[in-house]
Each structure stands twice: as structure tokens, then as C-alpha cells.
Design a protein around this ligand. Structure first.
Ligand code: NDP
Length: 395
């Protein structure tokens, strides 16, 4: 029986609250806090209707460390689940340290004025968490998150040596809008428009944005074009998977999405540099976020599936081996269950499973952990039960 404080009432936050509410034997008290109280109210009412549970809600500015410390000291949760934005990671880690509360998130810290996805800022908390006897679990979403756990599982059970990993992320869903992003538009567009990067033979190699393409036959979806991107889990996986020779990350995009993105980039709408508009500084990508559909609103009419997994090659018992470990998730089904599309669902469910691991003692430790550093077995045992069945295909 544990008390949990969830921060962030967006698409992912909603899923986390619903799924925690489904497991009262672990999450006995749930509080949702976010910047805009009305979004918490909406989730509270849906959880009451669909899950038959009452949750508490609060308003909080998670950039304000003192306010978060006060809230933590008042509520005394066993764990803070951060599903606000990556900008809030460090203030929330500071607040947890000061109040003596364990921490979990799904995305690594990103400075607001620089599009850089790096773990160094959060890894710098290692000693402070360790000496405070606290645990911080980083990247417990799908990618990063489940994909890292798939790699840890492959290392533990399927291979003697892992040589290459390709993480392949396909959303073959259709939300009916000409252009929308499936999670926070600002973070999503910053991630896609940066230069591509992968790791090979001990070195990082850079590519022009979206310049490397391959076709892959995704389970339950079919062949799709996937583009090489830099994604944050590569940074921790190169450290935690032994003997790795190459690791890359690929994501599928349709032609219409790429055309919109190209136009928006060409006219300067994806820039994070402020421009002056009649004496007011305006950050173009923040204005764009205001204009685009709210990711949390996409669920109602979303059709189709996500198909995401890790293609892993290496050696087992002296023989070459190649497997694809994956999950397929259906947008319409997740909407029926928790009023959310599959991208929010595939992020929110692993956050809840990670929280269950920490709160039940299956995962314990002092310090800052990337998810693949912990035993994959209890996590994967719960993942299917909680709504994300996974499969291993030898190919
Ligand atoms: P949304 O934009 O839908 O939601 C973010 C929520 O955080 C909003 O409710 C927002 O409040 C709140 N928030 C923002 N700033 C603050 C603040 N200063 N204080 C309090 N609350 C704040 O994003 P998503 O739900 O789509 O994504 C949530 C997180 O999940 C992101 O970090 C994203 O990067 C991560 N993610 C991870 C994935 C993975 O697989 N690992 C995949 C997809 C997402 P308001 O309503 O006022 O704007």
C-alpha cells in the first residue's frame, strides 16, 4: 500500500492516473498535481467514471522547487512520478532530494533554451541520491523505457554476445488531423528536427536530419519507411549493454507529416529562438504548440496501431542469432480503456509498472538508475498484465 504523487496532467499523466487507479493494492492513495488545475479535474472525473476511484488533485508549478517541497512534505508520498515535461526533471529531482522522496520519470532533462537530449545533468545526481538513501528511476516510458528493458532481457536470456541493436518505432495510426504530434509538440519536434546520431565501434556518428531511411516490416502493421534519429536511450544503452558494436534508433513518418514539418521548418516555425513580435518576444515553436491539436485530445478518433521493438543481432551458443522483441498497441482499444491514444498509453503504462517495481521492492537501490540496469524479469512479467503484451520473434 503506497501513496503516489503524479505530476503532469497531459496525455501521459492521464494514463498514469487511470492505470494506478486500477491497482489499489499497490497505489492506495493517488494525488495528481499539475500547472493547470482544470486538466487535473477532467482526469479526476474520468477516473471516477471509468475506474470507480477517487483521487486527490492539486495545482503546482513544478519549476518552483520550494512549492514542490512543501507539497511533498504535506502529502508524504512514497514516490513522485514525473510526467510533466523534460524541463521539470531537475527541479523535481531537487525537490525529491530535499523532501526525501523517491523519483521516477519517462524522459531525460532538456534545457529549455537548447535542444539537447542528454543524461549528464541527471546522472550528476548519483551521489546525492545515494547518500540520501533515495532511488531515482530514469526513462520508464516506452522508448526510453520498455525498449531498454527488452535489451536487458536479450542480454540476460537470449544472447551470449549482443552485436547490434536497432530500435524501431512505428505509429501506423491515423488521428484524422492534417498535422499533429502524438506527444508534447515542442519536445516531439525538437527531437525530430535535430541532427541524427548513432553509435558504432565506440564512436558517435552524425547524420543530417532524417537523411537515413530503411524499410522495415513491422508486426501487425506491414512495411513502413523508418528514419534514423538520435534518441536518448542510446546514451545509456551503450554503457549498459556489453560488447555492443552498433546501436541506432529509427522512427516511421508518413509523407504528409514530413511535408508539413519541412514547411514549418522552412518558415522558421520550429525554432526555439525568440523573435520580436510588436515588442513581445515569441518563441516560434511555443506558438506552434498553441496552434496544434493537444495530444491528449487526439484519442477520440484515433485508429490503427503502434508497433515498436528492438531488432537485436548477436551470438548464442556459438551461433548467429537475430530477434525482434516488440509490442503492438491499438489506439481505439486504449481510448476505450483510459480515454487516451496508444502513444500516451505505451508511455504511461511502463511508468506505472516501473512505479510498481519500486513500491513493491522488486527494484530497490540507492542512487540514479537507467531502467536497463535493473532486473528485466519482474518488469516484463507485469507489463503484459498491465496492458502491453510483448513478443519475441526469431528472424
Ligand atoms: P503534455 O504536453 O500532454 O503534458 C504535459 C503536462 O505537464 C501538462 O499537463 C502540463 O501542464 C504539465 N506541465 C508542464 N509544465 C509544468 C510545470 N512547470 N508545472 C506543472 N506541470 C507542468 O505531454 P505528454 O503527456 O505527451 O508527455 C509527458 C512526458 O512524457 C514528457 O516529458 C514527454 O517527453 C514524455 N514522453 C515519453 C515517452 C517515452 O516513451 N519515454 C513518449 C512520449 C512522451 P499544462 O496543462 O498547464 O500545459
Amino acid at each position: 500500500m503506497a501513496k503516489v504523487l503524479i505530476i503532469g496532467a497531459g496525455g501521459v499523466g492521464g494514463v498514469v492516473v487511470h492505470k494506478c487507479a486500477q491497482v489499489p493494492e499497490v497505489f492506495s492513495e493517488i494525488t495528481l498535481a499539475s500547472r493547470t488545475l482544470s486538466r487535473c479535474e477532467k482526469i479526476r472525473d474520468e477516473v471516477r467514471e471509468l475506474q470507480g476511484r477517487e483521487i486527490q488533485i492539486r495545482q503546482i508549478d513544478a519549476d518552483d522547487v520550494a512549492a514542490t517541497v512543501a507539497l511533498l512534505k504535506e502529502l508524504k508520498p512514497d514516490l513522485l512520478i514525473n510526467v510533466a515535461l523534460p524541463y521539470q526533471d531537475l527541479p523535481l529531482m531537487d525537490a525529491c532530494l530535499e523532501a526525501g522522496v523517491d523519483y521516477l520519470d519517462t524522459a531525460n532533462y532538456e534545457p529549455p533554451d537548447e535542444a539537447r537530449f542528454e543524461y549528464k545533468w541527471q546522472w550528476a545526481y548519483q551521489e546525492r541520491y545515494e547518500s540520501a538513501g533515495l532511488m531515482a528511476l530514469l526513462g520508464s516510458g516506452f522508448d526510453p523505457g520498455v525498449t531498454n528493458v527488452f535489451c536487458a532481457y536479450a542480454q540476460k536470456h537470449l544472447f551470449d554476445e549482443i552485436h547490434t541493436i536497432d530500435i524501431l518505432d512505428c505509429n501506423a495510426g491515423d488521428h484524422g488531423h492534417p498535422f499533429a504530434t502524438n506527444f508534447n509538440p515542442e519536445i516531439n519536434i525538437r527531437e525530430i528536427t535535430q541532427r541524427g546520431r548513432y553509435w558504432e565501434q565506440g564512436e558517435w556518428k552524425e547524420t543530417d536530419p532524417l537523411s537515413e531511411v530503411m524499410e522495415f516490416d513491422f508486426p501487425e502493421v506491414g512495411p513502413r519507411k523508418a528514419y534514423l534519429l538520435y534518441h536518448e536511450e542510446l546514451e545509456s544503452l551503450v554503457q549498459n549493454i556489453r560488447g555492443l558494436k552498433r546501436i541506432r534508433f529509427w522512427m516511421t513518418f508518413g509523407e504528409a507529416y514530413l511535408t508539413h514539418l519541412r514547411v514549418l521548418e522552412n518558415v522558421g516555425m520550429t525554432s526555439i529562438e525568440p523573435v520580436d513580435y510588436d515588442g513581445h518576444p515569441v518563441v516560434p515553436i511555443k506558438l506552434l504548440k498553441k496552434l496544434l491539436p493537444d495530444p491528449a485530445s487526439l484519442g477520440a478518433n484515433y485508429k490503427g496501431k503502434t508497433s515498436i521493438g528492438c531488432l537485436i543481432e548477436g551470438i548464442k551458443d556459438g551461433e548467429k542469432k537475430r530477434v525482434f522483441i516488440y509490442n503492438v498497441c491499438d489506439h481505439a482499444e486504449t481510448y476505450r480503456e483510459v480515454r487516451a491514444q496508444a502513444v500516451s498509453y505505451t508511455t504511461g503504462v511502463p511508468a506505472v509498472v516501473g512505479a510498481m517495481m519500486m513500491l513493491t521492492g522488486a527494484w530497490r537501490g540507492k542512487g540514479v538508475f537507467n531502467i536497463e540496469q535493473l532486473d528485466p524479469d519482474p518488469f516484463l512479467e507485469k507489463l503484459g498484465e498491465m496492458g502491453l503484451p510483448w513478443h519475441v520473434k526469431v528472424c
